[in-house]
Design a binder for this molecule. Structure first.
Ligand SMILES: Cc1cc2nc3c(=O)[nH]c(=O)nc-3n(C[C@H](O)[C@H](O)[C@H](O)COP(=O)(O)OP(=O)(O)OC[C@H]3O[C@@H](n4cnc5c(N)ncnc54)[C@H](O)[C@@H]3O)c2cc1C
Length: 363
């Protein structure tokens, strides 16, 4: 019987595991995948997320060839207008997901977390003393179950915590190219119905991600076809070898009713997600994990009582509300070209305003 069982060894699951182990709890993590785990992601870690990674003690394990610092966000219009906004200290870090996974896994093992790879959890049920997890390889027991099983969380469904199906359906696709980053900025390019995100993600790697809304684009939605909608980027990347195969994700917007139940909590994307447009999913995952870890000892002392989760639910709700407001505003603006062109034009003329907006928006 572990104190805590965690389903999912993505950033949210491993951050929760490391934090819980550092508080002296015994932790087991289960993932259906094995080794360092890849995922469709823009891979830009915002300042608060970077600080959280350092706080967890995982930053020291990150292979520096697989990451690259950035200190600004650049919006690029079809006309070529560029607005550059500086990020608050300590800036951001573009980090290849495989390297992030490796660093978090290393730190987790270092602090005593037990990792069960290739162990997909098929179901869970309450018992008298805790929760029983069923995998193909056997059954496992813990006092509390944390579900960090991602955007389309099965645990969320099983617990009846999923909110209504969202009408906004946005999708993402990413791939990497072998190219030394041209600077210390994440570039966001706009085209009708789609955005492209260029993130430095290594000393010789740039990540290219697209986000679009279902129905906004017609025809081929493969990587090359999306790239062709951005002639400036396409010309820049002509002849540059790829560094990964394409990976997609979506629909992105996922509502939750609540994040907790007796002996049970959701964290990371499983606890609700809006959109990748703010580049904050990882930061939300790390901050959510920290808030959850803070209540776990008391939750265990109170035999998993849902009341003991209350500070976590409140903190997660408040953080999510801020992020959701920002994400919805950006998506809404991005899809109204007349408005977006005006806003980006204003930010281009007033870098101080962009910087202040970023500082405020990122909390
Ligand atoms: C296109 C795109 C671009 C993005 N860009 C950015 C960005 O630039 N910056 C940023 O901060 N965020 C970005 N995000 C968001 C970010 O990728 C997520 O917020 C983050 O990965 C959430 O981590 P997680 O641990 O909650 O989930 P995940 O990383 O999805 O991990 C879930 C884990 O659970 C495991 N799992 C699922 N079901 C089971 C089961 N039944 N049994 C065992 N294991 C299971 C999976 O194998 C997986 O390893 C982007 C997302 C997309 C789609």
């Amino acid at each position: 019987m572990n104190d805590v069982a965690i389903i999912g060894s993505g950033p949210a699951g491993l951050a929760t595991a490391i934090g819980a182990a550092l508080r002296g709890l015994s932790v087991a993590v289960f993932d259906k995948q094995a080794g360092d785990i890849d995922k469709a992601c823009g891979e830009g870690l915002m300042p608060a997320g970077l600080s959280a990674l350092e706080h967890l003690g995982a930053l020291q394990h990150l292979d520096r060839h697989d990451s690259a610092p950035f200190d600004s966000i650049t919006y690029v219009q079809e006309s070529g207008t560029r607005a550059v906004g500086r990020l608050p200290a300590p800036g951001g870090l573009g980090v290849r997901r495989l390297a992030l996974s490796a660093a978090l896994r290393k730190r987790a093992v270092e602090v005593g977390v037990v990792l069960h790879e290739r162990t997909g959890i098929r179901s869970h049920a309450r018992t008298e003393q805790g929760v029983e997890l069923t995998a193909d390889t056997g059954t496992f027991h813990a006092k509390v179950l944390v579900a960090a099983d991602g955007l389309h969380s099965q645990c969320r469904e099983r617990e009846g915590l999923a909110g209504p199906t969202a009408s906004l359906r946005r999708f993402g696709l990413r791939r990497h190219v072998q190219l030394a980053p041209w600077g210390r900025s994440v570039e966001v390019h706009f085209a009708p119905g789609v955005e492209a995100y260029l993130t430095p993600a290594g000393t010789k790697r740039v990540g290219v991600a697209f986000l679009w809304e279902d129905g906004a684009l017609s025809g081929d939605l493969g990587f090359e076809a999306l790239l062709a909608r951005f002639p400036v980027i396409e010309a820049r990347l002509r002849g540059v070898p790829f560094d990964s195969t394409p990976r997609g994700a979506g629909p992105l917007l996922q509502h939750v009713k609540r994040r907790v139940a007796p002996r049970f909590a959701l964290v990371g994307d499983a606890a609700g997600y809006v959109d990748a447009i703010t580049g904050e999913g990882l930061t939300q995952a790390f901050e959510g994990a920290a808030a959850l870890v803070a209540v776990l000892p008391e939750v265990i002392a109170q035999q998993g009582a849902v009341e003991a989760f209350a500070p976590y639910e409140r903190a997660a709700q408040a953080a999510f509300a801020r992020y959701a407001r920002l994400a919805h505003t950006l998506v809404w603006t991005a899809h109204r070209p007349w408005l977006r062109k005006g806003v980006v034009g204003l930010l281009a003329r007033s870098p101080w305003l962009f910087e202040r907006t970023l500082r405020f928006a990122l909390g």
